[in-house]
Design a protein around this ligand. Structure first.
Ligand code: SF4
Ligand code: SF4
Length: 165
């Protein structure tokens, strides 16, 4: 085990799918918070959370943007819920080359939930009046190396898109 351990606050948002009513307020506030200028526009395509909606069967599943991945994965998931078959990768959190989800519409850069950096609480949680999103924090020991690798993945996505310049 590495000796370079650090305390880190792990932030999570628990999703209670049964409470989600598909209102998409979370997408609205997330895209507005990340707009340039901040709150200057609202385009759910820029949101780091997207809600998969099946109003006829009352199924709503919020999915958060996770890590960027430069290559498609070889294995795929396929879900059937209440008889409805969902597309492969429908619930995946990754920004990946095989699909358009979680990409900034103008630049194509990957989007990732940043827990509304600088805010006391994630704004999607505040705006979810149905209490389908629950914010939680816990402390964990993490490897310094893991933190560095996470930073490198972010830089790599920029380099892949724009080159070394
Ligand atoms: S704001 Fe809450 S209820 Fe509305 S879509 Fe998002 S998670 Fe669902
Ligand atoms: S926590 Fe903030 S950045 Fe993440 S999805 Fe919610 S509103 Fe967007």
């Amino acid at each position: 085990m590495s000796e370079n351990k650090q305390k880190k606050i792990i932030k999570t948002i628990r999703v209670d799918v049964d409470k989600c009513n598909g209102c998409r307020a979370c997408e609205v506030i997330c895209s507005a918070f990340h707009a340039e200028p901040k709150y200057g526009s609202n385009n759910p395509a820029r949101s780091r959370i997207r809600v998969i909606r099946e109003p006829l069967t009352d199924i709503y599943v919020p999915v958060y943007a996770g890590e960027y991945t430069p290559a498609e994965c070889a294995g795929r998931d396929q879900y059937t819920i209440d008889g409805k078959e969902y597309d492969e990768c429908a619930f995946c959190r990754a920004s990946c080359p095989s699909r358009p989800e979680f990409k900034e519409p103008d630049s194509g850069l990957p989007l990732k939930c940043d827990m509304c950096e600088g805010e006391d609480e994630p704004l999607c949680v505040k705006w979810c009046l149905a209490d389908a999103l629950i914010y939680e924090e816990r402390e964990e020991d993490v490897d310094e190396q893991e933190e560095l690798e996470e930073l490198e993945v972010g830089l790599e996505s920029l380099v892949n898109r724009y080159g070394m310049d």
